[in-house]
Design a protein around this ligand. Structure first.
Ligand code: NAD
Ligand code: IPM
Ligand code: MN
Length: 368
């Protein structure tokens, strides 16, 4: 059977703790199911900075580019607050996204039945929730130039970030959102701020034109992104697919995370364009959350977003749909059984550690 290469980048804080649980599942799938995953591991973020002074080395970058898929934990933490801006841990992740051309970031927010009481919102607002945020990931204010801080010499400084989008960038992310919608609820809501931003005007225009040209079977609506944030917490089930730029997508996906009970629940897939000849696409899979410095090293982090990110990897990079669904079902089964990590703990449930949750998910996966 063909070898499936996965490059693992555990990163910092809770990254290595949650990655270790998924690594054990990968070994299990190799040993018991002949999955033939070949893994290699590198450094990213603060741990890479400590080892060689940059947030990802060129050689690890090459390995990421060569792998069938990259699994990423999390980066960052107070230890690296004072490192040069270019070498800050987050720069490693941004370089991976840019150099691998991962323009399409899929962030599904699903409220598992057992967790409808864990959200800070009323159960009827979130139960059965299944929405997908499609975030543009290689453009916008994250990468636009100029991006500078200038000393004005009078005790003042001026900081500039630049929001830039070109037609093709909006067209291709809109295409992903419409394609995704066709395979689920057939609705897309595009969010921007055309009332104050030129890039919002173009965004709205291009999404509308793309819809008209190729996807008019999909229901399209538009919302100003601030109102969209409000609607996400007022009645999130009105949405199916939300498409937005890099910064709005970052913020709205953290908001959506809390609808599912915890930031520790939300996975993501970052995908490049399919290769014209082979159809293969570069891809990186990571939880939406960060390195959670406040709980790192305590063995209490929720590994579910990491497992669910691996489930997305099985689906999108390896077309292992049955295994992906089995893993998602294993997560639901474990939650149904009443065990919880601290972040999703509720009355009547049993609190368990990261490694106990990992073991429970692997056992449920094997049993399914
Ligand atoms: P965070 O996501 O790390 O943590 C926010 C809160 O959620 C914390 O209270 C944390 O304990 C909790 N949390 C997050 N994941 C959890 C999990 N799996 N289980 C249980 N609780 C969890 O965000 P932050 O504190 O704003 O950022 C910390 C660092 O992480 C920063 O350096 C930031 O830049 C970085 N960050 C990295 C990524 C990434 O690597 N993809 C994403 C977001 C933030
Ligand atoms: C995310 C994170 C990143 C982002 C940071 C760590 C660069 O918050 O993946 O959501 O802002 O995109
Ligand atoms: Mn974020």
């Amino acid at each position: 059977m063909t070898e499936r290469s996965i490059f693992l980048l555990p990163g910092d804080g809770i990254g290595p703790e949650i990655m270790s649980e998924v690594k054990t599942l990968i070994s299990h799938m190799n040993d018991k199911e002949g999955a033939n995953f070949k893994t290699d591991e590198g450094l990213v973020g603060g741990s890479a900075y400590d080892a060689h002074g940059e947030a990802i080395s060129d050689s690890d970058m090459e390995k990421a580019l060569a792998a069938d898929a990259v699994l990423f934990g999390a980066v960052g933490g107070p230890k690296w607050d004072d490192v040069p801006y270019e070498a800050r841990p987050e720069a490693g992740l941004l370089r991976l996204r840019k150099d691998m051309a991962l323009f399409a970031n899929l962030r599904p927010a699903i409220c598992y039945p057992a967790l409808s009481n864990s959200s800070s919102l009323r159960p009827e607002v979130v139960e059965g929730l299944d929405i997908l945020i499609v975030r543009e990931l290689t453009g916008g204010v994250y990468f636009g130039e100029p991006k500078t801080i200038t000393d004005l010499g009078n005790g003042q400084k001026r900081a500039v970030d630049t929001q830039v989008y070109e037609t093709y960038e909006i067209e291709r992310i809109a295409g992903v959102a419409f394609e995704m919608a066709r395979a689920r609820g057939n609705k897309v809501c595009s969010m921007e701020k055309r009332n104050v931003m030129k890039s919002g005007v173009l965004w709205n225009e291009v999404v509308t034109a793309t819809h008209k040209a190729k996807y008019d079977d999909v229901e399209l609506s538009h919302m100003l992104a601030d109102a969209g944030g409000m609607q996400l917490v007022r009645w999130p089930k009105q949405f199916d697919v939300i498409v937005c730029d890099n910064l709005f997508g970052d913020m709205l996906s953290d908001v959506a995370a809390m609808l599912t009970g915890s930031l520790g629940m939300l996975p993501s897939a970052s995908l490049g364009a399919p290769d014209e000849k082979t159809g293969a696409r570069k891809a990186l899979y990571e939880p939406v959350h960060g390195s959670a410095p406040d709980i790192a090293g305590k063995g209490i982090a929720n590994p579910i977003a990491m497992f669910a990110s691996f489930a997305m990897c099985l689906r999108y990079s390896f077309n292992m749909i049955a295994e992906s669904e089995r893993l998602e079902k294993a997560i639901a089964t474990v939650l149904d059984s009443g065990v919880r990590t601290g972040d999703i703990m509720s009355e009547g449930c049993t609190q368990i550690t990261t490694s106990e949750m990992g073991k429970a998910i692997r056992e449920a996966y094997s049993a399914a």
